[in-house]
Design a protein around this ligand. Sequence first.
Ligand code: PXP
Length: 244
Amino acid sequence: MSLPHLRLGVNIAHVATVRNARGGTHPDPVRAAMAAEAAGADGITAHLREDRRHIRDADMYAIKQAITVPLNFEMAATDEMIDIALDVKPNAACIVPERREEVTTEGGLAVAGRESELEPYFARIRHAGIRLSLFIEPSEAEIRAAAAVGADIIELHTGRYCHDESGRTAELERIIKAAELAASLGVECHGGHGLDFATVGAIAAIPQMHELNIGHFLMGEAMFSGMDKAIAEMRRLMNEVRPS
Ligand code: PXP
Protein backbone atom coordinates (compact mmCIF):
# COMPACT_ATOMS: atom_id res chain seq x y z
CA MET A 1 0.00 0.00 0.00
CA SER A 2 1.50 3.34 -0.97
CA LEU A 3 1.36 6.05 1.67
CA PRO A 4 -0.03 9.52 0.97
CA HIS A 5 2.56 12.17 0.17
CA LEU A 6 3.49 13.80 3.47
CA ARG A 7 3.12 17.52 3.00
CA LEU A 8 5.29 20.06 4.81
CA GLY A 9 3.40 23.17 5.87
CA VAL A 10 5.64 26.02 6.97
CA ASN A 11 4.40 28.50 9.56
CA ILE A 12 6.01 31.90 8.94
CA ALA A 13 4.33 33.82 11.79
CA HIS A 14 7.61 34.13 13.69
CA VAL A 15 9.06 36.30 10.93
CA ALA A 16 6.31 38.81 11.71
CA THR A 17 7.24 38.64 15.40
CA VAL A 18 10.77 39.78 14.55
CA ARG A 19 9.47 42.47 12.19
CA ASN A 20 7.10 43.83 14.80
CA ALA A 21 9.87 44.06 17.41
CA ARG A 22 11.13 47.17 15.58
CA GLY A 23 7.84 48.38 14.20
CA GLY A 24 9.10 48.50 10.59
CA THR A 25 8.65 46.33 7.53
CA HIS A 26 11.67 44.03 7.79
CA PRO A 27 11.78 41.03 7.85
CA ASP A 28 8.69 40.65 5.72
CA PRO A 29 6.54 37.54 6.38
CA VAL A 30 5.29 37.66 2.77
CA ARG A 31 8.86 37.33 1.53
CA ALA A 32 9.33 34.49 4.02
CA ALA A 33 6.26 32.71 2.65
CA MET A 34 7.58 33.06 -0.90
CA ALA A 35 11.03 31.85 0.16
CA ALA A 36 9.51 28.87 1.98
CA GLU A 37 7.50 27.95 -1.10
CA ALA A 38 10.58 28.27 -3.29
CA ALA A 39 12.46 26.03 -0.83
CA GLY A 40 9.87 23.28 -1.15
CA ALA A 41 7.12 24.00 1.36
CA ASP A 42 3.89 22.30 0.29
CA GLY A 43 1.80 24.89 2.09
CA ILE A 44 2.08 28.04 4.18
CA THR A 45 0.49 28.46 7.58
CA ALA A 46 -0.08 31.83 9.22
CA HIS A 47 -1.90 32.56 12.47
CA LEU A 48 -3.84 35.79 12.76
CA ARG A 49 -4.16 36.20 16.50
CA GLU A 50 -6.81 38.32 18.11
CA ASP A 51 -4.11 40.64 19.53
CA ARG A 52 -2.24 40.79 16.15
CA ARG A 53 1.02 40.14 17.95
CA HIS A 54 2.69 38.80 14.82
CA ILE A 55 0.72 38.38 11.58
CA ARG A 56 -1.55 41.32 10.71
CA ASP A 57 -4.65 41.37 8.52
CA ALA A 58 -2.79 42.90 5.58
CA ASP A 59 -0.09 40.19 5.81
CA MET A 60 -2.69 37.47 5.45
CA TYR A 61 -4.13 39.01 2.27
CA ALA A 62 -0.66 39.61 0.86
CA ILE A 63 0.52 36.07 1.63
CA LYS A 64 -2.54 34.61 -0.09
CA GLN A 65 -1.76 36.72 -3.18
CA ALA A 66 1.94 35.89 -3.19
CA ILE A 67 1.94 32.11 -2.89
CA THR A 68 0.75 29.37 -5.21
CA VAL A 69 0.70 26.58 -2.60
CA PRO A 70 -2.31 26.27 -0.25
CA LEU A 71 -2.71 28.74 2.62
CA ASN A 72 -3.68 27.36 6.02
CA PHE A 73 -5.25 30.25 8.00
CA GLU A 74 -4.91 29.57 11.70
CA MET A 75 -7.36 31.37 13.94
CA ALA A 76 -9.69 31.33 16.91
CA ALA A 77 -13.39 30.57 16.45
CA THR A 78 -14.69 34.14 16.52
CA ASP A 79 -16.96 36.00 14.12
CA GLU A 80 -14.25 38.59 13.49
CA MET A 81 -11.72 35.95 12.38
CA ILE A 82 -14.21 34.03 10.29
CA ASP A 83 -15.26 37.25 8.50
CA ILE A 84 -11.61 37.82 7.57
CA ALA A 85 -11.07 34.18 6.55
CA LEU A 86 -14.12 34.26 4.29
CA ASP A 87 -12.66 37.34 2.62
CA VAL A 88 -9.10 35.97 2.31
CA LYS A 89 -10.38 32.59 1.05
CA PRO A 90 -7.59 30.29 2.26
CA ASN A 91 -7.48 26.62 1.38
CA ALA A 92 -8.08 25.68 5.01
CA ALA A 93 -9.04 27.37 8.27
CA CYS A 94 -7.34 25.76 11.25
CA ILE A 95 -9.27 26.52 14.42
CA VAL A 96 -7.13 26.80 17.53
CA PRO A 97 -7.91 27.82 21.10
CA GLU A 98 -6.53 31.24 21.89
CA ARG A 99 -5.76 33.04 25.12
CA ARG A 100 -4.14 36.45 25.09
CA GLU A 101 -1.77 35.63 27.93
CA GLU A 102 -0.31 32.49 26.31
CA VAL A 103 3.10 32.53 24.64
CA THR A 104 1.98 30.10 21.94
CA THR A 105 -1.01 27.82 21.33
CA GLU A 106 -0.75 25.77 24.48
CA GLY A 107 -3.37 23.06 24.13
CA GLY A 108 -5.79 21.67 21.63
CA LEU A 109 -9.25 23.04 20.94
CA ALA A 110 -11.89 21.53 23.23
CA VAL A 111 -14.59 20.39 20.80
CA ALA A 112 -16.21 17.57 22.79
CA GLY A 113 -19.02 19.01 24.88
CA ARG A 114 -18.93 22.38 23.04
CA GLU A 115 -20.36 21.21 19.71
CA SER A 116 -23.47 23.39 19.76
CA GLU A 117 -21.46 26.50 20.66
CA LEU A 118 -18.85 25.89 17.94
CA GLU A 119 -20.95 24.48 15.11
CA PRO A 120 -22.25 27.85 13.83
CA TYR A 121 -18.64 29.01 13.33
CA PHE A 122 -17.68 25.74 11.65
CA ALA A 123 -20.72 25.91 9.37
CA ARG A 124 -19.72 29.36 8.09
CA ILE A 125 -16.28 28.05 7.14
CA ARG A 126 -17.53 24.90 5.47
CA HIS A 127 -20.27 26.70 3.55
CA ALA A 128 -17.65 29.06 2.14
CA GLY A 129 -15.83 26.07 0.61
CA ILE A 130 -12.89 26.40 3.01
CA ARG A 131 -11.56 23.16 4.48
CA LEU A 132 -12.24 22.98 8.20
CA SER A 133 -9.24 21.90 10.27
CA LEU A 134 -9.42 21.50 14.05
CA PHE A 135 -6.27 21.61 16.16
CA ILE A 136 -6.95 19.08 18.89
CA GLU A 137 -5.29 16.84 21.45
CA PRO A 138 -4.76 13.21 20.40
CA SER A 139 -7.72 11.96 22.40
CA GLU A 140 -10.48 9.64 21.26
CA ALA A 141 -13.25 11.92 22.52
CA GLU A 142 -11.89 14.94 20.64
CA ILE A 143 -11.37 13.02 17.41
CA ARG A 144 -14.88 11.59 17.49
CA ALA A 145 -16.28 15.05 18.25
CA ALA A 146 -14.28 16.60 15.39
CA ALA A 147 -15.54 13.97 12.96
CA ALA A 148 -19.12 14.44 14.18
CA VAL A 149 -19.04 18.22 13.56
CA GLY A 150 -17.82 17.62 10.01
CA ALA A 151 -14.14 18.54 10.25
CA ASP A 152 -12.27 17.82 7.02
CA ILE A 153 -8.97 17.74 8.88
CA ILE A 154 -7.75 17.28 12.41
CA GLU A 155 -4.33 18.60 13.31
CA LEU A 156 -2.98 16.63 16.23
CA HIS A 157 -1.09 18.67 18.84
CA THR A 158 2.44 17.24 18.97
CA GLY A 159 3.68 19.69 21.61
CA ARG A 160 3.62 17.27 24.51
CA TYR A 161 5.40 14.65 22.43
CA CYS A 162 8.12 17.15 21.57
CA HIS A 163 8.60 18.78 24.94
CA ASP A 164 8.04 16.06 27.56
CA GLU A 165 10.93 13.68 27.05
CA SER A 166 9.96 11.42 29.94
CA GLY A 167 6.44 10.86 28.56
CA ARG A 168 7.46 10.72 24.92
CA THR A 169 6.88 7.02 24.26
CA ALA A 170 3.39 7.07 25.74
CA GLU A 171 2.50 10.29 23.91
CA LEU A 172 3.70 8.84 20.60
CA GLU A 173 1.39 5.88 21.17
CA ARG A 174 -1.53 8.26 21.76
CA ILE A 175 -0.73 10.13 18.54
CA ILE A 176 -0.46 6.89 16.54
CA LYS A 177 -3.82 5.67 17.85
CA ALA A 178 -5.39 9.06 17.23
CA ALA A 179 -4.17 9.09 13.63
CA GLU A 180 -5.56 5.60 13.05
CA LEU A 181 -8.93 6.60 14.50
CA ALA A 182 -9.08 9.78 12.40
CA ALA A 183 -8.38 7.79 9.24
CA SER A 184 -11.03 5.20 10.14
CA LEU A 185 -13.55 8.05 10.50
CA GLY A 186 -12.57 9.53 7.15
CA VAL A 187 -10.89 12.64 8.59
CA GLU A 188 -7.54 13.76 7.14
CA CYS A 189 -4.85 13.76 9.82
CA HIS A 190 -2.19 16.46 10.22
CA GLY A 191 0.26 17.11 13.04
CA GLY A 192 2.13 20.07 14.43
CA HIS A 193 3.63 22.06 17.26
CA GLY A 194 7.16 21.89 18.61
CA LEU A 195 8.55 19.67 15.83
CA ASP A 196 12.25 19.91 15.05
CA PHE A 197 14.93 17.84 13.31
CA ALA A 198 15.07 15.42 16.25
CA THR A 199 11.35 14.86 16.71
CA VAL A 200 9.97 14.97 13.17
CA GLY A 201 10.93 11.42 12.17
CA ALA A 202 8.63 9.47 14.50
CA ILE A 203 5.65 11.67 13.64
CA ALA A 204 6.39 11.61 9.90
CA ALA A 205 6.53 7.81 10.06
CA ILE A 206 2.87 7.56 11.09
CA PRO A 207 1.25 6.27 7.89
CA GLN A 208 -2.03 8.19 8.32
CA MET A 209 -0.28 11.60 8.57
CA HIS A 210 -0.89 13.78 5.53
CA GLU A 211 0.75 17.02 6.62
CA LEU A 212 3.08 18.42 9.27
CA ASN A 213 2.99 22.10 10.17
CA ILE A 214 6.26 23.45 11.48
CA GLY A 215 7.18 27.02 12.37
CA HIS A 216 9.31 28.06 15.31
CA PHE A 217 12.18 25.62 14.85
CA LEU A 218 12.36 26.08 11.08
CA MET A 219 12.40 29.88 11.26
CA GLY A 220 15.05 29.75 13.98
CA GLU A 221 17.15 27.33 11.97
CA ALA A 222 16.76 29.51 8.88
CA MET A 223 18.65 32.25 10.75
CA PHE A 224 21.71 30.02 10.81
CA SER A 225 21.53 28.08 7.57
CA GLY A 226 19.00 29.99 5.47
CA MET A 227 15.43 29.07 4.56
CA ASP A 228 16.49 26.76 1.70
CA LYS A 229 18.76 24.58 3.80
CA ALA A 230 16.47 24.47 6.84
CA ILE A 231 13.48 23.36 4.76
CA ALA A 232 15.54 20.96 2.65
CA GLU A 233 16.87 19.24 5.77
CA MET A 234 13.37 18.92 7.27
CA ARG A 235 12.14 17.51 3.96
CA ARG A 236 15.04 15.05 3.87
CA LEU A 237 14.23 13.80 7.37
CA MET A 238 10.57 13.39 6.43
CA ASN A 239 11.48 11.55 3.21
CA GLU A 240 13.79 9.25 5.12
CA VAL A 241 10.80 7.67 6.85
CA ARG A 242 8.25 8.34 4.09
CA PRO A 243 9.91 7.83 0.72
CA SER A 244 7.62 9.20 -1.99
N1 PXP B 1 0.11 24.02 14.24
C1 PXP B 1 -0.60 24.88 15.01
C2 PXP B 1 -2.07 24.72 15.02
C3 PXP B 1 0.04 25.89 15.74
O1 PXP B 1 -0.68 26.73 16.51
C4 PXP B 1 1.43 26.05 15.62
C5 PXP B 1 2.11 27.18 16.32
O2 PXP B 1 1.65 28.40 15.82
C6 PXP B 1 2.11 25.15 14.80
C7 PXP B 1 1.44 24.13 14.15
C8 PXP B 1 3.58 25.24 14.61
O3 PXP B 1 4.22 25.04 15.85
P1 PXP B 1 5.75 25.38 15.99
O4 PXP B 1 5.88 26.85 15.73
O5 PXP B 1 6.06 24.99 17.39
O6 PXP B 1 6.48 24.57 14.96
